[in-house]
Design a protein around this ligand. Structure first.
Ligand code: HEC
Ligand code: HEC
Length: 462
């Protein structure tokens, strides 16, 4: 592997705190963190002078020893990966603070009295890096949970649901239009900063079992300033080499300079009215959402050409997008007919790839047909029409109570992917190849093996 500038070693103590130590010093190494992953090397930069590991982000602020850093780690793309979680289990015999039974275990309050029981209790965390998000059915919901097929026999009441979700990265947050997979921390009319302040408090209450409003406003501000200063992207690829060479715009520096406003490049030109929204119309979709590797079209290197081609496919390969609730699934959805679109219809933020407006969509991941035996299956009945639906995660519907919101999730940021497998909210895609296969089947795209490989090479380079 080629050495990159400013390699920094993070030593992790068992308490989950970090101490950052410089090993080589090049240009401004104190504001860079660099880590290897399967596809190459990923880098995070901070717009602050240096990484402040005294920030409350790294401190235990609740009652169970956890900090934000317990589940959001720079070497794992600011999420956590199952492999590293298993290592933590081995090293601590399952006592690291991530192994807490409030939401780390398959069932709330699981029996963890022996090593074997602990291994069993945290199986979702250790196999797929999934945290259990427990939410009550909202009051006045249009539906009732009538039954659950729960592989863990937790015995929870049907007035709530346990949903297994991947920690979203706490980096590149300046580009968010929606906070959390189901948007539950996005408040209408509020700026992203305010959403993140409330998110930091709620994370401390739920994950770290802190008292109500555990953070002082100064602490919440410090956490949010820290998070908003972070930019993460792949900077080096094992095959293609430096992702900034030959006018490549890979890496976090170019990303940090990427313009953004909520609603940018929105194909539906919905012009949201809120702080941080674009002042003017998006003018519709510029289909060249990603231009990072545009200069590599005629590169000498086949690996660079493959990445270029993957980017081109992402931008331009058309397929029929039909029956996506929230987009064109019927009812009050903004589009009435199937549309011919590309990946970028939903991943429309230039060079970032998240949905530039808050518009959770149901792409079918939670349908009973995609259920794996480790996931619970919920039976939902519409209170007025008596219609029924089965789903592994009601998604946005557990926030709004709306029948039409079942199975809806946000289109997440697609930078820094290589370091944080598995993918999708429930970790159902072990690799980016699996994610591409999901789309190829769902939208009958007809990608060839070579095209799939190029799309994967491109996404690994993000
Ligand atoms: C026990 C693990 C855990 C801990 C501890 C934790 N988080 Fe998270 N975080 C998650 C999970 C899981 C999600 C996604 C949940 C969802 O969307 O339903 C998430 C989502 C987020 C998001 C949303 C990002 C986006 O793209 O929408 C932010 C921001 C965040 N966490 C910040 C924090 C902060 C700040 C702290 C500390 C105060 C913290 N987290 C502590 C697991 C954790
Ligand atoms: C109809 C809208 C839509 C289209 C079209 C679409 N996506 Fe997505 N994408 C989403 C949504 C919504 C999610 C989040 C799904 C979830 O996890 O529940 C997502 C998630 C992803 C993820 C997982 C990211 C992560 O952090 O786990 C990848 C990778 C991805 N999409 C790639 C693609 C590619 C490649 C294409 C084109 C072949 C594509 N998407 C087309 C809406 C879309």
């Amino acid at each position: 592997m080629t050495r990159t500038t400013g390699i920094v070693v993070i030593a992790i103590t068992l308490a989950g705190l970090a101490s950052v130590r410089q090993t080589t010093a090049d240009d401004h190494p104190r504001n860079k963190l660099t880590f290897g992953n399967k596809a190459g090397v990923q880098q995070t930069i901070t717009t602050a002078d240096s990484f402040d590991t005294d920030n409350p982000f790294f401190q235990s602020l609740g009652t169970n020893g956890r900090s934000c850093f317990t589940c959001h780690r720079p070497d794992q793309g600011w999420s956590v990966t199952p492999r590293e979680i298993r290592e933590r289990f081995q090293e601590t015999r399952g006592s690291d603070p991530i192994f807490r039974t409030n939401d780390g275990s398959n069932c709330e309050g699981a029996d963890i009295s022996t090593l074997g029981k602990r291994r069993q209790a945290f199986s979702m965390l250790m196999t797929k890096g999934l945290i259990r998000v427990g939410l009550p059915v909202p009051t006045g919901a249009e539906f009732t949970i009538t039954d659950v097929d729960d592989p863990y026999y937790c015995g929870a009441a049907l007035s709530e649901a346990s949903m297994f979700r991947r920690p979203l990265p706490t980096t590149n947050l300046r580009f968010l239009s929606t906070v959390m997979w189901d948007g539950r921390e996005t408040v209408k009319g509020e700026a992203i900063r305010a959403d993140l302040m409330s998110q930091a408090n709620n994370a401390t209450i739920t994950h770290a079992q802190g008292a109500p409003l555990p953070l002082s406003s100064a602490q919440a501000e410090e956490i949010v300033d820290f998070e908003l200063g972070l930019y993460t992207a792949q900077i080096h690829d094992h095959g293609a080499g430096s992702l900034t060479a030959h006018d490549g715009d890979g890496g976090p520096k170019a990303l940090s300079e990427q313009p953004f406003c909520i609603g940018i490049n929105d194909p539906l030109n919905m012009l949201p009215v809120m702080p941080g929204a674009c002042a003017a119309s998006s003018g519709g979709l510029n289909q060249f959402v990603f231009t990072i590797f545009a200069s590599w079209q005629h590169s000498q290197s086949p690996e660079r050409r493959a990445i270029f081609h993957g980017e081109e496919l992402f931008n331009t390969r058309g397929f029929i997008i039909d029956n996506v609730a929230g987009l064109n699934g019927g009812g009050t959805d903004p589009v009435t007919l199937p549309i011919k679109g590309t990946c970028n219809v939903c991943h429309d933020t230039p060079n970032v790839g998240n949905h530039s407006i808050s518009m959770p969509l149901n792409i079918g991941l939670t349908d009973a047909a995609h259920r794996t035996p480790d996931l619970p299956l919920y039976y939902l009945r519409n209170n007025s029409t008596q219609e029924t639906v089965t789903t592994t995660d009601p998604g946005r519907a557990m926030v709004t109570g709306k029948w039409n919101d079942i199975g809806k999730f946000k289109g997440p940021i697609l930078r820094g992917l290589a370091a944080r497998a598995p993918y999708f909210h429930n970790g159902s895609a072990a690799t980016l190849g699996d994610a591409v296969d999901f789309y190829d089947t769902r939208f009958k795209i007809g990608l060839t093996t070579g095209e799939k490989a190029d799309l994967v090479a491109f996404m690994h380079a993000l």
